[in-house]
Design a protein around this ligand. Structure first.
Ligand code: AMP
Length: 210
């Protein structure tokens, strides 16, 4: 299964990708997580990406395409993969096709902007491993501490309300047209966001037949 997750920032792509990754036993490739790790480590890519990511803007296509190309060439991607946060623009999707990177399904999680704005204010991200939690719908076992690695949880700079609004605008302008792109190729399926993570997972499993 080679799957793309589409949806606005805060739609729950990362959370659902992690669940599906375990169910299907294939890796999730999250370009946001790769960039945040590069920023933490202060690599040249991380330094280049930082100003864009912190402002909620998209990192240039060439940078992202190289990251994804490199990651997908690893052995663990042979049985399949889940792309979370890529492609995010039509040129990225076209570049993927040119590189021969195949997609079986582009799954779009549909959600209203105002639900996202409320949801993002409660999101907490581990400074160490990038795992995300939500203070209401998916709280960590110990307040402020990552369940998985014990790292400190914080509000991502780009989850601040003004930045979230900017990211949503970019999503509608640059990323949403990908739905039509994959619909034309008969690859698009959609699910409505549900009130709980589990209910959304159930919808996704139904449409994917897994
Ligand atoms: P995410 O964790 O997917 O919300 O990504 C966080 C940030 O990383 C985005 O707001 C962008 O600045 C950057 N980013 C992640 N994926 C991409 C992509 N495919 N193209 C451009 N920028 C990206």
């Amino acid at each position: 299964m080679r799957l793309i997750l589409l949806g606005a920032p805060g739609a729950g792509k990362g959370t659902q990708a992690e669940i599906l990754s375990k169910t299907l036993n294939i890796p999730t490739i999250s370009t946001g997580n790769i960039l945040r790790a590069a920023m933490r480590e202060g690599t040249p890519v991380g330094l280049e990406a930082k100003t864009y990511v912190d402002a909620g803007k998209l990192v240039p296509d060439e940078v992202i395409i190289n990251i994804v190309k490199d990651r997908l060439s690893k052995d663990d991607c042979r049985p399949g993969y889940i792309l979370d946060g890529f492609p995010r623009t039509i040129p990225q999707a076209e570049a993927m096709e040119k590189l021969g990177i195949e997609v079986d399904c582009a799954l779009s999680i549909e959600i209203e902007d105002d639900v996202i704005i409320k949801r993002m204010s409660g999101r907490r991200t581990c400074k160490n491993c990038s795992q995300t939690f939500h203070i209401v719908s998916n709280p960590p076992k110990i307040d402020g501490i990552c369940d998985f690695c014990g790292g400190e949880l914080s509000v991502r700079k780009d989850d601040a309300p003004e930045t979230v609004k900017a990211r949503l605008e970019i999503y509608h302008k640059e990323t949403e047209p990908l739905k039509a792109f994959y619909e034309k190729r008969n690859r698009l399926v959609s699910v409505e966001n549900q009130p709980s993570v589990e209910a959304t997972t159930a919808e996704i499993r139904k449409v994917l037949g897994v």
